[in-house]
Ligand binder design. Structure first.
Ligand SMILES: [Zn+2]
Length: 265
C-alpha cells in the first residue's frame, strides 16, 4: 500500500499496515510452510526438513494497544502439512529442472496448459538472468518456482562459503533442489538457514539421457502414484523427447483420474 501524503496520519498508516500484515500472516496462506509441520525427514519423498517460519503471525504482532484485547494466540491451526503430498489422492507433482530455456520452456508450458496441469520449475539463477520473461511466464501460469542454485555446481564438493553463494544467488524460493540431488547434512543446514527446504524427487525419468520419448513416458506412467514427485528437465539440452513424453503421459494419467499440482514452494 502507499503511504498517505504528509505526516499527519502515521498512526493510521501504521494501523492499516499492521492490519494488512496480520491478514497476510493468517493461516489461510498455505504457501507458508507450517511451523507445526513435522520436521523429521520424509524419506518417501527424499525431503529434508525445512525450518521456515516465514509468515508466522508472531512476527507481525503490533505493539499492545490499550483498547485492544490481548493479541489472539496464533490460531491453533491444524497441522495441515502441505508436504504430506500423498494425502491428496491422485495428485502428481511434476517438476522441471535446469531452465528456463528459450526453446523448451515455452513448449513445456504449452503442454502443461493443454492438460490443465500445474508444475514446479527448479530454475538456475544464471538462466533466469538470461530469460526473466520465461520465469514470469511460469509464475503467471500458476506454476511454482524452486531454487536450483546459480549455475548447477555440485554443492557437496564446494566449501561452505561457496555453497552459500550458490544458494543465495539462485532464485528466491522456499525450496531448494540441489543439483544432481547431491546433498548432505551440511547442505541441508545451510539451505535451512536460507529457509529453503530441500526437495528431491520420487521418480527420475532420466529424460536428460535422451532415452527416447517412449522410455520417458513409461517412466512417468510407471512411477505415478499419489503424491509422487516426478523429475524432468526443461533445460540443459534438447528436450523434444521430454515434451512429447509429457503430452502423452498426461493424456493417459488424466484418464486415470490424476491431477497435477505445484509443490508448496
Ligand atoms: Zn539440474
Amino acid at each position: 500500500m502507499t503511504k498517505p501524503p504528509g505526516k499527519l496520519l502515521p498512526l493510521v498508516a501504521a494501523l492499516l499496515c499492521g492490519a494488512v500484515l496480520a491478514q497476510a500472516a493468517t493461516p489461510s496462506d498455505h504457501s507458508v510452510t507450517s511451523a507445526a509441520a513435522p520436521v523429521t525427514q520424509t524419506p518417501s519423498h527424499g525431503l529434508q526438513p525445512g525450518t521456515s517460519k516465514r509468515g508466522e503471525p508472531s512476527s507481525t504482532k503490533q505493539a499492545a494497544q490499550p483498547s485492544q484485547p490481548a493479541v489472539k494466540p496464533a490460531v491453533a491451526k491444524p497441522p495441515a502439512d502441505d508436504w504430506n503430498l500423498a494425502a491428496h489422492g491422485k495428485v502428481l507433482y511434476l517438476t522441471f529442472d535446469d531452465g528456463p530455456q528459450r526453446e523448451w520452456t515455452p513448449k513445456v508450458l504449452q503442454v502443461l496448459r493443454k492438460h490443465k496441469a500445474q508444475a514446479t520449475f527448479f530454475v538456475l539463477g544464471i538462466q533466469v538472468a538470461q530469460y526473466p520473461e520465461l520465469l514470469a511466464a511460469e509464475r503467471a501460469a500458476g506454476h511454482h518456482v524452486g531454487n536450483h542454485t546459480w549455475d548447477h555446481k555440485t554443492l557437496t564438493l564446494l566449501p561452505d562459503a561457496k555453497v552459500r553463494q550458490e544458494i543465495a544467488t539462485g532464485v528466491k524460493s522456499k525450496c531448494l533442489r540441489p543439483p544432481t540431488g547431491a546433498t548432505n547434512a551440511k547442505i541441508a543446514a545451510i539451505a535451512a538457514a536460507y529457509r529453503q527446504r530441500q526437495v528431491l524427487w520420487d521418480v527420475d525419468t532420466k529424460d536428460w539421457e535422451k532415452p527416447g520419448a517412449a522410455h520417458i513416458e513409461h517412466a512417468i506412467l510407471a512411477g505415478a502414484r499419489p503424491g509422487a514427485i516426478i523429475l524432468m528437465h526443461d533445460g540443459g539440452g534438447n528436450r523434444s523427447q521430454t515434451v512429447a513424453a509429457l503430452d502423452r503421459a498426461l493424456t493417459k494419467l488424466t484418464k486415470l483420474g490424476y491431477t497435477y499440482r505445484a509443490l508448496p514452494c
